[in-house]
Design a protein around this ligand. Sequence first.
Ligand SMILES: *[C@@H]1O[C@H](CO)[C@@H](O)[C@H](O)[C@H]1NC(C)=O
Ligand SMILES: *[C@@H]1O[C@H](CO)[C@@H](O)[C@H](O)[C@H]1NC(C)=O
Ligand SMILES: *[C@@H]1O[C@H](CO)[C@@H](O)[C@H](O)[C@H]1NC(C)=O
Ligand SMILES: *[C@@H]1O[C@H](CO)[C@@H](O)[C@H](O)[C@H]1NC(C)=O
Length: 445
Amino acid sequence: MKPPPSSSSSAILRKGRLSPYLFTLLAFILFVTILYGEDFRCIFGSQFDSHHPSHLHQTLSSTTSEFQTLFFSYVSLVVSLVLEKKGEKLPFAIGETEKDCDVFSGKWVWDDIGRPLYDESECPYIQPQLTCQEHGRPDKDYQHWRWQPHGCSLPSFNATLMLESLRGKRMMFVGDSLNRGQYVSMVCLLHGLIPDNAKSMETFGSLTVFTAKDYNATIEFYWAPFLLESNSDDAIVHRISDRIVRKGSINKHGKHWKGVDIMVFNTYLWWMTGLEFKILQGSFDDEEKDIVKLPTEEAYGMAMKSMVRWVKKNMDPKKTRVFFTSMSPSHGKSIDWGGDPEGNCYNETTMIEDPNYWGSDSRKGIMRVIGEVFRKSKVPITFLNITQLSSYRRDAHTSIYKKQWSPLTPEQLANPVSYADCVHWCLPGLQDTWNELLFSKLFYP
Ligand SMILES: *[C@@H]1O[C@H](CO)[C@@H](O)[C@H](O)[C@H]1NC(C)=O
Ligand SMILES: *[C@@H]1O[C@H](CO)[C@@H](O)[C@H](O)[C@H]1NC(C)=O
Ligand SMILES: *[C@@H]1O[C@H](CO)[C@@H](O)[C@H](O)[C@H]1NC(C)=O
Ligand SMILES: *[C@@H]1O[C@H](CO)[C@@H](O)[C@H](O)[C@H]1NC(C)=O
């Protein structure tokens, strides 16, 4: 299935094209009538003038050559129209993906030579929660898989092109820790091209900024796990179980996103607390808080619509690109893939082979909401549908090979399954593929 937002954005372009075509056709007819009206009258006139056959002949031959001129001008018109059509390309685009190729539908293939795209030890920006090798992961196979779409090939990630395209620009990832992982992956994919003294990484509250000085470019991450204002917005202390999101509050964070050229949103994990979600109607400062409970899917849809409206109001589709990354799947229950009822992603070193594997059902409901919001909106947001391709990758999580928030108890240590992280992903690894997909949608939409 084609991701709806890209098809809806091309629908906009198609609609846009229709009227210039019609206009040009009308202008063309008018042009012909005025310019050649004289000759038409001549032909029709001379056909009835049997006394001047030589004149008739002359007129016909001159009409033929004029018809040729006409024909060529028509051809050049069509050519310029085609060029004009090319001129309507999306910002940053330099080519196209093969027609009708869904890059998100494919399979994982083993790649011993080309992967990983960088070494864990070569990228100093990976948080200790994601450096699996450093924390003792014994296997490396998870680093060697390449995504192969069924219908075409992904362009190879060209860091030079990416960095050059970011010259004088800002790229921003907004969302939760999974989006932070994708952000760090992007920085790791690019930083090797920049000498040490020409790059920096700084954090200002919710905002983390990687700067490539000579390029005057920044790649940024903004912590907003719900996109809207919530009681989990502190970038460091945010582990709150009683989560509340404030309705219609996207500008609280959105004011920090203005002026960005390439935007990548995500939001999902933090909504997954049960069937209902608490929504605040007023302000967090109100003495008596006005809170309603909504079905989680409805609350999620509300946030999605806020995001779409924010994009419509604040991003110029002629100059910028906006992406939305779908749900990152977790692998907390082996029983989902027919494994040990007590197990999870811990000790998994191979991926799930069943091409129809999907996992938890709640993802289907959220996917449906995303699909509906994007189908109805005309705002060009490119959907990075990474859920299915990541759902096979039970082997790619950080599991127990990460820096722990707090020291582990002897009971935990005795039972690694109990503290394995089956949500986040080792770097290098799966999230580099998400960026290869982003790369392909950015430059070859
Ligand atoms: C995302 O991709 C999966 C697998 O290709 C597909 O089943 C799903 O419908 C897609 N979601 C949307 C919203 O397009
Ligand atoms: C990568 O992009 C740069 C800049 O556009 C280009 O000069 C170079 O040829 C590309 N490299 C490859 C391997 O395509
Ligand atoms: C650097 O980039 C910013 C946008 O991120 C732009 O506003 C500014 O003019 C640029 N400065 C130079 C010196 O190019
Ligand atoms: C890990 O998996 C291997 C086989 O894949 C198995 O032999 C081993 O017992 C497992 N270890 C633990 C601690 O579950």
